[in-house]
Design a binder for this molecule. Structure first.
Ligand SMILES: O=C(O)c1cc(=O)[nH]c(=O)n1[C@@H]1O[C@H](COP(=O)(O)O)[C@@H](O)[C@H]1O
Length: 271
């Protein structure tokens, strides 16, 4: 999917919500455990109930890898279901990869070619030659960690390096990489006040903003500092939506939580 198509979807749905499919078998409704593939059954119901309220889904691969072959198969079924039933949805494999060049190429093939995700999250720590192999894929997006939502973000990312915070150096340098137009960036919703500075470095780029909901990030603040002329934001909530209820009504309750965020987003967009 191109960025222009994503912006079109945002305008049409009046939503820039991304729903995180971080499926934990200890948290899903008990009755689903009798299904042949409880993870896929859960995802399918959540997707069917919420697809009109969001523009993206983000399965975090850890939650699938943790269940071995069955987990990976559930991930594959989920992305195939999204691509066949809801092709207008932007898909994010949250895998946080990045390695020496030839290995990164194989990671990129896994998520872009084999699984056909629109995007994958990547950690920038190994530098240019670890990220450029992802950027080489046409009409695919590489979502690089910029400033993360966790406390540990202050361990390294905000340290001063040659008179500037490390995360700013990383953002600036990434703009010089081949095919950098295929980059998007992660900025945690818990770090909303940093967004004004971040927008000075990457004014046009799309930002994936996790941390609204369970981690306490605030949607209004993120929009105030982070929104650009083409919206430029994908706000992710995972646990705050998908675990709204662990009863038979889980999909409907998840839709209610998604609807609350979509309504708030529509108000922001029309302001
Ligand atoms: O790359 C991410 O998506 C990510 C980056 C970050 O800085 N913080 C962060 O929480 N995430 C992911 O976003 C999701 C947040 O989930 P909830 O806190 O349940 O909404 C998880 O899948 C995290 O792994």
């Amino acid at each position: 999917m191109t960025t222009a198509q994503l912006v079109e979807q945002i305008k049409k749905k009046q939503s820039f919500l991304c729903i995180g499919l971080d499926v934990d078998l200890n948290k899903i409704p008990e009755h689903l455990l009798k299904e042949e593939d409880p993870i896929f059954a859960f995802n399918k119901a959540i997707i069917d109930a919420t697809h009109h309220l969001c523009v993206a889904y983000k399965p975090n691969t850890a939650f699938y890898e943790a269940y071995g072959l069955k987990g990976w198969q559930a991930l594959e079924k989920t992305i195939n279901y999204l691509n066949s039933e809801y092709p207008e949805i932007f898909t994010i494999a949250d895998a946080k990869r990045g390695d020496i060049g030839n290995t990164s190429t194989m990671y990129a093939k896994a998520f872009f070619d084999d699984l056909a995700f629109d995007s994958v999250t990547v950690a920038p720590y190994m530098g240019k030659d670890s990220v450029e192999p992802f950027l080489a894929f046409e009409n695919k997006h590489t979502i690089m960690l910029g400033l993360t939502s966790n406390k540990g973000a202050f361990d390294f990312q905000t340290k001063m390096v040659e008179g500037k915070e490390l995360y700013k150096q990383v953002l600036e340098t990434s703009k010089t990489w081949v095919n950098s137009e295929n980059l998007m960036y992660v900025v945690g919703a818990t770090k909303a006040e940093f967004l004004a500075d971040i927008r000075k470095i990457i004014p046009e780029s799309f930002l994936l903003v996790p941390g609204v909901g369970a981690q306490g990030g605030n949607l209004q603040d993120v929009c105030k500092y982070g929104m650009n002329d083409s919206v430029g934001l994908l706000i992710n909530s995972s646990r705050g939506i998908i675990y709204a209820s662990n009863g038979e009504d889980y999909a409907g309750e998840a839709a209610k939580k998604a609807q609350e965020l979509q309504t708030e987003m529509a108000e922001i967009l029309s302001a």
